[in-house]
Design a protein around this ligand. Structure first.
Ligand code: PLP
Length: 393
């Protein structure tokens, strides 16, 4: 592991960074300047779904760069039309807006929710979100995010937003009235600690949204794009949203976000919203490759099988190391809650050239590239065992 202290004063101090400079990546491995290989269980925070330097992404990017990188959204590109078609066909929704990130997809969804409400009544502006939710860092998305620590320095934020506890049907029912224009939720909460929505709660959210003529908006920025072993996380509940937010894995590393709506939520008209870069042909070409690969049933089966393999391996490790409190999540968005502090696990793992990220004080997130193999999981388990031995010593 490289141990140079990085002192990059020209970069704003917005991240608690590790002192590693990465130079290249291949599959589930990242290589630093000295050529040390790190097993990447962060995957750019659930972004690099196909691993690093996937040959089909490389080929598509090289071809697209040589042809056309960017053109204004006042014209069309086939790459954008194709990606829109694929997302609509697979989600059963009807039209897509492209942006550049997760937070931007939530901004668009928020505006769609408000505009939808106002077409019904001027007071239909209330939005219901969930405690522990994370929806992004721009002012609108931040207003939907729960963690007060992220919000307090930046208020006043967007108003008329109220949070209820996840899976509390009664609280959600009590919060709903005809002035609510949207319910916004992650089917599986990511940053908040990896918490699964219960089927009954998701079904109630759908029924209550219908009852009060509000939109049901799913933020699948982190849990979407095959990460659960289902192309879209909501498909495992059998509940369809009116608005679906995607980003992260959609571009496998190329910056892209999307909002996909059904006919009811298709309320934006020219002048309402836009993005200079959103849906440019380079990002959309990456999105097309991702969609072609991850929507195949065999790929989704692989994610499910690897998920079972890793859960079983962690449970076996627990028999001898007694570290595990709970495994939450689905597919390859897992939260492993242990008796140790996640910061300590992450630090020790780094020493073993294993990249991990936390989700709360005692939960480590398992969000590797979806193409990871059983052999690579075995390497992870070996490294993780060394970490556990160090922590218990
Ligand atoms: N929504 C969810 C569920 C997320 O996990 C994130 C990022 O972690 C965002 C929105 C914001 O996405 P981005 O960081 O691309 O703006």
């Amino acid at each position: 592991m490289s141990s140079n202290k990085i002192n990059a004063e020209s970069i704003m101090n917005t991240y608690g960074r590790k002192d590693i400079v990465f130079e290249k990546g291949s599959g589930v491995w990242l290589y630093d300047e000295s050529g040390n290989a790190y097993l990447d269980f962060v995957a750019g925070v659930a972004v690099n779904c196909l691993g690093h330097s996937h040959p089909e992404i490389v080929k598509a990017m090289q071809t697209q760069v040589a042809n056309l990188v960017h053109v204004s959204n006042i014209y069309w590109t086939q790459a954008q039309i194709d990606l829109g078609d694929k997302l609509c066909a697979k989600s059963g929704l009807s039209s897509a807006f492209f942006c550049n990130s997760g937070t931007e997809s939530l901004e668009a969804a928020l505006k769609i929710g408000r505009k939808y409400g106002k077409t019904i009544s001027k007071d239909k502006t209330k939005i219901v979100v969930l405690e522990k939710a994370f929806h992004g860092r721009t002012m609108g998305a931040l207003s939907l995010t729960w963690n007060p620590k992220y919000k307090e320095p930046f208020g006043p934020l967007v108003d008329q937003i109220s949070a209820v506890p996840l899976n509390d049907i009664k609280a959600l029912t009590n919060m709903m009235d005809d002035d609510v224009c949207a319910i916004i939720m992650e089917p599986i909460q990511g940053e908040g600690g990896i918490y699964n929505s219960e089927k009954a709660f998701v079904e109630s959210a759908r029924a209550l949204a219908d009852q009060h003529d509000a939109l049901l908006i799913f933020d699948e920025v982190q849990c979407g794009m095959a990460r659960t072993g289902h192309l879209f996380a909501h498909q495992m509940y059998g509940v369809k949203p009116d608005v679906l937010c995607l980003a992260k894995g959609l571009g496998a590393g190329m910056p892209i976000g999307a909002v996909i709506v059904n006919e009811r939520a298709d309320v934006l008209v020219p002048g309402d919203h836009g993005s200079t870069f959103g849906g440019n042909p380079l990002a959309c070409s990456a999105g097309n490759v991702v969609m072609d690969i991850v929507s195949k049933p065999a790929f989704l089966d692989h994610v499910k099988a690897i998920s079972s393999y890793i859960k079983k391996a962690l449970q076996t490790l627990d028999e001898t190391h007694d570290f595990l409190k709970e495994i939450r999540g689905e597919g390859l968005i897992l939260g492993v809650e242990t008796k140790y502090k996640s910061a300590d696990i992450i630090e020790k793992a780094l020493g073993e050239e294993l990249l991990l990220i936390g989700a709360g004080e005692n939960t480590v997130r398992i969000i590797p590239p979806l193409v990871i193999t059983e052999k690579e999981i075995d390497i992870f388990i070996n490294k993780f065992e060394i970490v556990l031995n160090q922590l218990s010593a």
